[in-house]
Design a protein around this ligand. Sequence first.
Ligand code: COA
Length: 174
Amino acid sequence: MGILTDIRLFLLLLVRGLKCIKIYMRRQGKNADELAFAGMREQIEAYRRAGAQIGKFVRLWGKLDAINPHLVTIGDCTCVGSETCLITHCPINPGKIKIGKNVWIGFRCIILPNVTIGDGALIGAGSVVTSDIPPNSIACGNPAVVIRSRDPKEMKRTIEVIKNDLPVGEVPRQ
Ligand SMILES: CC(C)(COP(=O)(O)OP(=O)(O)OC[C@H]1O[C@@H](n2cnc3c(N)ncnc32)[C@H](O)[C@@H]1OP(=O)(O)O)[C@@H](O)C(=O)NCCC(=O)NCCS
């Protein structure tokens, strides 16, 4: 009985160990970028399961509010920068956040409840978006204000890059 238990334990540990080695080997084969993208896509699936409406080709490096993820809509080909938070809960004015398609949101922004960001808008790094942003405009600051319109050529280029799974704004090494 004792020996059988020992063998079973040994086999269990062996199988677990082999699984860990397999995962490690698979990860070694991928570069950091691929791993980051895979993690991001898993996160998007989790948000979808929680009720968020997230379109195709979305890059969501930032976070959705854990309390009301179902109040968030993000359109196709939109990028949400790292450390950006989409906040939908608040004791005073909780509400929806609607982000259109082809929107690009920079690093470390805060998007407050009851805000709509129009299709093709671009939000500068570190901005706090407190009210609606019109389509195809560039807005930044705290509170974010429109500084100018977005160049349609740049937008088209960015959408192509996103659809082809390439990094946005990459500068090739010399
Ligand atoms: C918004 C952005 C694209 C504008 O770039 P640009 O066209 O080169 O802008 P400019 O340098 O001409 O700036 C225009 C004005 O907006 C201001 N401005 C630009 N970006 C700003 C920002 N993020 N926050 C506040 N003000 C900003 C500038 O100070 C300038 O003001 P001024 O006219 O009073 O001098 C860029 O500044 C930005 O924020 N990029 C985001 C990068 C990023 O987050 N990457 C990582 C993603 S995870």
